[in-house]
Design a protein around this ligand. Sequence first.
Ligand code: NAP
Length: 306
Amino acid sequence: MEYKRLGRTGERIPAMGLGTWQLNVNPEEEVRALRYGIDNGAFVDTAEMYGSEELVGEAIRGRKVFVATKVSPHHFRHDDVIRSCEASLKRLGVKQIGLYQLHWPNKRVPISETMSAMEKLVDDGKIRHIGVSNFSVDEFREAQGSMKRYDIVSNQVEYSPMVREVEDDGVLEFCRKNKVTLIAYSPFGHGEMFRERYGGLVELLDGVGKGHGKSAVQVALNWLISKEPVVTIPKASTVGHVKELLDSMGWSLDKKETGVIDGTRDFSKKSIQKRLGFLLKNTGAWARLATKHYSKKNANGGRVRS
Ligand SMILES: NC(=O)c1ccc[n+]([C@@H]2O[C@H](COP(=O)([O-])OP(=O)(O)OC[C@H]3O[C@@H](n4cnc5c(N)ncnc54)[C@H](OP(=O)(O)O)[C@@H]3O)[C@@H](O)[C@H]2O)c1
């Protein structure tokens, strides 16, 4: 496993974490897959919204692992943040969360109120570090500016060879300059990479991989991790898939190969932000609905009934 510094802290975290959105389809295999990844050095990323914290708790029981989770935007009032964190700690079965992130901005709640609750959670030892997710540069600055004692150490955003908004909207550059870890989510475009060819991009990744005896999946992850200050959180539900992800490290693309992938075009019009950005950032209502959806789905063993 490769490691990267978390924000400006002295702490180093694995360059790869395992995403846990849309688990609970085949829980036994998913727990095995998570344990395989953890035992080989990966960290874990979850969220109260995913309904996967209990499953993560089961996977990490008795193991030493860095765990990141998120508070949902409809819980951004001070006391709700504290309550959400306590519920996550319980579901995960841990005494402290390594990285606690705001899942999306919510403009309906003053950011200073939310951040003061996050700082209290650090003071109380319930979380070690504060992160955000889906924050623009301005939103990040505002959140950081409202804080008194701690740094925001990370911003979790969509980034993959297919979706490159962070290269154009300033987020990647800001993170680089300010030593904020960029956690790249959906490195396979929510799995679309296995169904869509993205104008030949997937063939290009395949081609680059052939020279290294690697797959397109491994090239995509290696390309992300080769960038500073980027770590990534692919989701995989089987041990076989996790093995393939882990083999994306320990070797390097050369400058020319990196350059060829850098030069490919952006397919960001497909990203969630572009499609639903206004709705997502201006109301927490969607988050409430999503939380309901996933908890119902999990209660029904992976199916949603009514
Ligand atoms: N902060 C946010 O707003 C946000 C938003 C979206 C996602 N995320 C985080 O990022 C994580 C990853 O993103 P994602 O879940 O959207 O999708 P993703 O990681 O881009 O793609 C996941 C898909 O790739 C497949 N896959 C994984 N390894 C594979 C392999 N070796 N060969 C073939 N297929 C493979 C998985 O299949 P199997 O499941 O069958 O293995 C799954 O269908 C999430 O789980 C979540 O933790 C955060």
